[in-house]
Design a protein around this ligand. Sequence first.
Ligand SMILES: Nc1nc2c(ncn2[C@@H]2O[C@H](COP(=O)(O)OP(=O)(O)O)[C@@H](O)[C@H]2O)c(=O)[nH]1
Ligand SMILES: [Mg+2]
Length: 372
Amino acid sequence: MKMKKYTANTMVEAMKKVRTDFGDDAVILSSTVVKTKGFLGLFQKKMVEVVAGFDEPTVKHVPSAVHHVTEHVSEKTASLPDMDLNKEMKEMKRLLKQMQQSSRLDHYPDDLKPLLAHLESQELDRSLIAQIGNEIFARMKTEKRDFSIIEQIEMTEAILREEFGKLSFGGTTFTKKYVNVLGPTGVGKTTTIAKIAARALLERKKKIGFITTDTYRIAAIEQLRTYANLLQAPVEVAYNANDFQSAIEKLEDRDLLFIDTAGRNYKEEKFVRDLQSLVDFSLEMELYLVLSVTSKEEDMKAIINQFNTLPIQRFIFTKVDETGSIGPIFNLMKEYQMGVAYYTDGQEVPEDLVEATLDSLISLLMEGVPHA
Ligand SMILES: Nc1nc2c(ncn2[C@@H]2O[C@H](COP(=O)(O)OP(=O)(O)O)[C@@H](O)[C@H]2O)c(=O)[nH]1
Ligand SMILES: [Mg+2]
């Protein structure tokens, strides 16, 4: 690693110098505020001292930071201070993140860093990353050798299998008559239930039917009707608990009944209570909570907490195609000790539905680990 010390009036200024010399891939090793000498303690000035480092590319996957290295400092930035403020804030944030990241991974050997950095970019929880990093590092020490990236990946997979192996995975078992999806607005509940129902019909030759309690929007009923018509399956609309009971009776001859529910702002407890008064959760039912992986993890947690009075069995994660970060799936599985039934990776019905296994989720997480 090449290292260099910079002194500047402000952090932003120091960072500019670092980037000019090292490009975007520079790592900030330390930063301190220092005081210049001054005369008898007077005229002292605060300066920022930054030590930056840059790994010279030794293997293919290391980003080619050489491209960013330029000989001269851009002068535009100095003449347009207002417009650059936003840009500089962003830059500061990025560098701060990089500083935190590099210091978090600092105590691991360089060989292990690409893997751990990959897990960080997947937004896997820090405690899980530490668990993986520490375990592999410990084995490196006992076996007194480095592990290839392939070996590291295998070890990571084994650790995750051990950690999550006791949770339950996989979709409907066809042993219960009712399949019910819950979750916030727009995550893909209706689309997903149509996918599951279509699979049950096409692959298992089940007699299927739908009940929807999503009566807040006409379009929502129409959307489900469209899918049901394609599958030549009956739909009943339930506006209240009585409707729900009579729908069940009307659709008695069906092997499987798929219940679609309204997406409401389930951060409000009232909507959860409304739902409980409408749907009979005491029925023999597969109950799934649908969440989109494009949502913020904190928001997902708030929703899960609202639903904690209902006997939810597994998660369904949608929109896997729209994000590069699969880590939150693992974070939530760990926090709530609940497995995954399905994940979805596109809008096509019924194609874009995958019945989840722990191994399939682990593969998603490990996709794109840089191979040396
Ligand atoms: N990209 C992508 N879009 C999806 C996926 N699942 C659902 N959608 C889209 O998300 C939007 C909302 O879906 P919908 O089923 O109506 O959500 P609901 O409000 O939870 O019932 C629609 O445009 C769907 O096509 C997915 O896995 N990937
Ligand atoms: Mg819907």
